[in-house]
Design a binder for this molecule. Structure first.
Ligand SMILES: Cc1cc2nc3c(=O)[nH]c(=O)nc-3n(C[C@H](O)[C@H](O)[C@H](O)COP(=O)(O)OP(=O)(O)OC[C@H]3O[C@@H](n4cnc5c(N)ncnc54)[C@H](O)[C@@H]3O)c2cc1C
Length: 159
């Protein structure tokens, strides 16, 4: 896929450091260390291949190949957390379960339950879906709990 942002292109690694506004010496030291510690086997981007680094931290455990052939491309990235992969156990009323019993007055939605829903991977839009769908269920049941009424499973109408 083409990148969303154009990034920068350079004919040497030093030029790439300059274009990314990174300290040249530190950049070259990091890159040289990486390149020198690449153990290239059979590169296969479709599988967890055997191209890896050894002796550097953090390790690149697959798809490690030396960065040594121009032109070089660089992209400034800002890491972020998209999902947590652990969450509270809930049921279809959004009640948190303690010792496999539903809490009377603690209901959660969205990220708080993401680990349970995303146990086997990611489906697009699931973050927003569990936030909105279970948010409505949790809100409704929290209001019912405040009135001393039992929680209702699943979606309910306003009537
Ligand atoms: C970069 C990125 C990309 C994503 N892309 C997608 C996507 O394409 N599709 C998708 O479905 N999901 C995506 N997600 C995930 C999705 O955004 C989240 O799963 C979803 O927003 C979680 O909703 P939430 O209501 O559980 O939590 P949040 O949206 O985190 O809401 C929690 C709210 O609580 C507030 N808060 C925290 N502490 C307090 C406090 N003490 N008092 C009062 N308020 C407080 C916070 O300010 C925040 O507004 C993405 C997430 C990220 C970070």
């Amino acid at each position: 896929m083409p990148p969303v942002f154009p990034g920068v292109k350079a004919n040497s690694l030093e030029e790439l450091a300059d274009k990314l506004e990174l300290d040249r010496a530190t950049f070259m030291q990091t890159l040289t260390e990486y390149n020198d510690n690449c153990h290239v086997g059979h590169f296969d981007h479709t599988a967890l291949d055997d191209c890896h680094t050894q002796g550097i931290t953090p390790a690149k455990t697959h798809w490690a190949r030396p960065i040594d052939t121009a032109p070089f491309y660089g992209y400034a990235l800002r890491p972020g957390v998209t999902f947590t992969y652990l969450g509270l156990k809930v049921d279809d009323t959004s009640a948190v379960r303690f010792n496999d019993q539903p809490s009377r007055n603690l209901f959660v939605a969205g990220e708080m339950m993401a680990g349970n829903v995303l146990g086997k991977g990611y489906t697009a839009g699931v973050g927003m879906s569990i936030g909105t769908a279970f948010g409505r269920i949790a809100g409704r049941n929290a209001a019912l709990a405040a009135q001393g009424k039992p929680a209702v499973a699943g979606a309910v109408s306003d009537q």
